[in-house]
Design a binder for this molecule. Sequence first.
Ligand code: SF4
Ligand code: SF4
Length: 623
Amino acid sequence: MDATVLSDLSWLLRWAARLGWNTVSRRPFTPPALNFLVTRRCDLRCKHCFFWEELESQDPSELSLDEIRQIVERMGPLFSLVLSGGEPFLRKDLTEIVKLFYDHNRVKLITILTDGQLTDRVTSSVDRILVECPEGLLIVGVSIDGIGSLHDEIRQKHGAFDRAVASFAALKERSRNEPRLGVQTCTVLMRPNEHHIFDLYAYLRDELSPDRISINLVRQDPLDPSVSGVDPNVYLKLVRMIEKDTYAGRIRNRFPFDRFALSTVADLHMMNLVYATYTTCRPQITCYAGLSSGVLFPDGSVFPCELRQSLGNLREHGYDLGKLWFPYRTELRRNKSRAACFCTHEIDCFLPSLLLNVTHYPSLVRRWLKVFRGQRRMQQRPVSLSIVVPTLNEAGYVGALLESLSTQTYRNFELIVVDGDSHDGTAAIVESYRTRLPSLRLIVEKERGLARARNVGARAASYQDLVFMDADGIVDKDFLATLVWEMRKKGLQVASARTKPLSRRMFDLFFYRLLLDPGMRLLQFFFPIVTGACIAVTRELFDAVGGFDETIHFEDTAFVKKAARQGRFRVLKGACVTTSVRRLDADGRVRTLWKLIIYGVVRRLFRGEKPLSDGFYTFGKFN
Ligand code: SF4
Ligand code: SF4
């Protein structure tokens, strides 16, 4: 069994033993899960906010870092810490707060919920937390309630959506190389977005691809009361979609460190319980809020959950949570109110209570088996792609390529554009696709050279399969899906796609269909010839051949020739790139044909690669 799971289980067993002993001996005890609302300050005023009466632009009553230090020093070990607010990243000392809990309470799982409006502060704090808590597991949830203006309308701030997506993309970028960081989206289902919720779900699933899509039902007394009263059928349909996609392995729905998908199972089960609670108005679970979890407000008030009355303020109890937290006392409180007590609060009610509701175990196990099968299916899918596109003054072309990549049916890819410091607005056009291609990265590389740009892109790539494309190509929406499927089916480590011209001239059709395409197919078995329109290769093979040679002409073909000696190469039949004919226009059709045959094939075949210093081939814009 996974070491993480074993250590989690042993932690919980030790906590259960300590709970038993402290209850019998009537000793003070602190909960293993704490929801700490670190501030009342918030940069938004969302329509669904149930905390709106508490929100302040300044909050002098906020616990200071020194007071928090006193609290954590008197607290027992903590398994899970949720930091929310207000907007937690408005606290400049957020990293220090996390570090205090990490050092004193050995907290393992830290979750921070943000509206994502302060991208720079979010990313720099996350970077610091990961460094300063070397064994901590961090989940950051970014709130997204609609696409574009709908989100802005709900959050009552122009540009809120773009900022939230930018924060999400920056976090996702970090999570690629950091398995201790999980990034989820948090959506509140409410009246204003219930008719658009399936479009939003598709956007989150296909465009943003978070580790988990978290859906919360609007609750309590929101700022705008008209947002309440969601149609339960919409919620149920959404829950079923998430379940189906998870069981089919279509979405990940799992944090990178949660190897056995335990939180996934809990989440799916919890959504079903929320639906049942919402429709029957009856409790579906014995709530252990006040025993296994507690809530700390910014001013030091302690609650068993956000919805019940305060147990007291830590400032009046020597900052000692244990004194307020005798489990038998809080248990009594809970029992007193149980008859009338039920809610749909995911964080305060269901998640901390599931483990203690053993009657739910059979259903959890059934779900786990289905999730496990889905995860197996997902693992069998090809790994994600890193697409590298070099550009230099490609303003007239690159938009069409990015447009076609943004509509791909295969979504498991990141896009890296390496620009040679263009002066025609190429970078601005690339930047304009950030929302539609959240995984897009733009690298400006002042030192020019096509091979160099490709190598730079490959070094920055996060995934194990690389695809190099020219900026003047266009692909159909199934291009990547076909490429991945064909490579996998044929067991290829390196491949090139077919090309066809973006032209109706007879010569161009003749050149591509009767010369280039059949020529590439004929030579693929002993002397591969490719264009730069598309070269797909595994990273292992890319590294093994040392990347593209930056000192020669026809570096793409030379690269494939070398790679084909160590891995299996084919020109794909299904995947096809439509390329511009600007090279033929600029260099002349007959001249280009002559150069390709004489220098690209015959000379290379008998005399080897031609160094750049020979300078015979002047078209290359990068040289
Ligand atoms: S819902 Fe959250 S982000 Fe929105 S106003 Fe309330 S505390 Fe701020
Ligand atoms: S059921 Fe809800 S309101 Fe009642 S104690 Fe649990 S979390 Fe609080």
